[in-house]
Design a protein around this ligand. Structure first.
Ligand SMILES: Cc1cc2nc3c(=O)[nH]c(=O)nc-3n(C[C@H](O)[C@H](O)[C@H](O)COP(=O)(O)OP(=O)(O)OC[C@H]3O[C@@H](n4cnc5c(N)ncnc54)[C@H](O)[C@@H]3O)c2cc1C
Length: 380
């Protein structure tokens, strides 16, 4: 067991940290207010390889692996949760699904454009009537000659407003709930595909979230991504990996809360001395630091195991669950330490808190993670 990052990963972390501090932090408040990450910023993320963290180099990706991806996402989230969520959906979900089960032709067609940031990707699983019980989805794909015809609606789709391509799950058989779903790759300009207005969210506002509708959307037979009726099984694998990214995102937000509280607490004096010299505040900071460190270790462990080709259903659920809950807690305690100023937008900690709450809901809520862990514990 080696807790030291390799020289390459340390260099990657420093590059991501510098980029986030210089190119994201100064704008994060405006992006949160306006609900948009400028395309120029996405272009720069592409130049650094951050739009293709998981894609292989031969397809134009940076091939950083799950540990490298987690390191990048933590640094970006430290400054802007919404930008990190955009990356999580683009890299982990959309590209993750194509890389997992797409054909060589599909990978060659889509991955280079996605990995460079020329095109943004979305992943459509959730529907208006089903989220946690995702396999109950109603969107349907029917084969008509050489074409699939898709009808249905998806909800809460990250990046949907600007995505050039969507990976979409749809029911293709009624024989089995989980083994009757398939995944498809749908280009944005396909007739019948439309996106609704952006959700007016509490947090993660820089990242867009929209409904996506499919009305007699006709796509070539070859747009099937993976094996027929096995799309939900692949979806679980994509989520298993994606949850490591949400764990890393949470670590970045929790660390942000700690750093902001430390910085404020050192310069704010009450009762004749800095807040950080009051023992009660010191205890709060100590707990925040301990929990962020523990969460990071869990995330890195899951990332390393994925990079070794191992399954991480439990490690992913645990790191996502723990990291997201301690992030929200760290943000709330950070606001407490910053007092009235922490409750204003003058200090970014209130934004971090709004962003952190999403990590307890998206890619499987905390309740769903506990169900996954307890099912394994109880051998159910
Ligand atoms: C900002 C944002 C971005 C998102 N991005 C995407 C995306 O890119 N692609 C995508 O497909 N989806 C996306 N989602 C959807 C997200 O994954 C779902 O919101 C999430 O899975 C929860 O589903 P739900 O909102 O329908 O809640 P529900 O499933 O209705 O659950 C509501 C509450 O009930 C709890 N609950 C549900 N079932 C049980 C149970 N059996 N036992 C105990 N408690 C239970 C849940 O934990 C939750 O607290 C996004 C959501 C948001 C808010």
């Amino acid at each position: 067991m080696d807790f030291e990052l390799s020289d390459d990963l340390v260099a990657l972390r420093e590059m991501a940290r510098r980029f986030a501090a210089e190119e994201i932090a100064p704008h994060a408040r405006a992006w949160d207010r306006d609900g948009e990450i400028p395309m120029e910023a996405i272009r720069k993320l592409g130049e650094l390889g951050f739009m293709g963290t998981l894609a292989p180099t031969e397809l134009g990706g940076a091939e950083l692996g799950y540990l490298g991806n987690a390191i990048v996402v933590e640094e970006i989230a430290r400054q802007c949760g919404g930008t990190a969520l955009m990356l999580a959906a683009h890299n982990g979900l959309c590209q993750g699904h194509i890389l997992l089960s797409g054909s060589d032709e599909q990978k060659r067609k889509y991955i280079p454009k996605l990995a460079s940031g020329e095109m943004i990707g979305s992943w459509c699983l959730t529907e208006p009537s089903c989220g946690s019980d995702a396999a109950a989805l109603k969107t349907r794909a029917v084969l008509d000659g050489d074409e699939w015809v898709i009808n249905g609606s998806k909800m809460f789709i990250t990046n949907g407003h600007r995505a050039g391509v969507f990976v979409v799950t749809a029911r293709t058989s009624d024989e089995s709930k989980t083994k009757g779903i398939s995944a498809f790759i749908v280009d944005r300009e396909t007739k019948g595909l439309s996106t609704g207005i952006k959700e007016d969210k509490m947090g993660m506002r820089a990242s867009d979230t929209v409904p996506v509708n499919f009305e007699d959307v006709r796509i070539p037979k070859e747009s099937l991504c993976g094996e027929l009726n096995m799309g939900f099984i692949d979806t679980l694998k994509v989520l298993e990996r994606g949850r490591i990214t949400i764990g890393a995102l949470s670590v970045g937000l929790g660390r942000g809360a700690l750093e902001e509280a430390l910085s404020y607490g050192k310069q704010r004096e009450q009762f004749g001395k800095p807040l950080t010299e009051h023992q009660t505040i010191q205890m709060m900071l100590a707990d925040m630091a301990m929990e962020v460190e523990a969460a990071r270790l869990m995330v890195h462990k899951a990332g390393i195991l994925q990079d070794q080709g191992q399954a991480t259903e439990i490690e992913s659920a645990m790191c996502k669950l723990f990291a997201s809950e301690i992030a929200t807690k760290a943000c709330l305690n950070g606001i407490q330490i910053c007092g009235g100023y922490g409750y204003t937008k003058d200090i970014p900690i209130e934004r971090l808190m709004r962003d952190a709450k999403l990590c307890e809901i998206g890619e499987g809520s905390s309740q769903v993670q506990r169900m996954i862990i307890s099912r394994r514990l109880l051998d159910l």
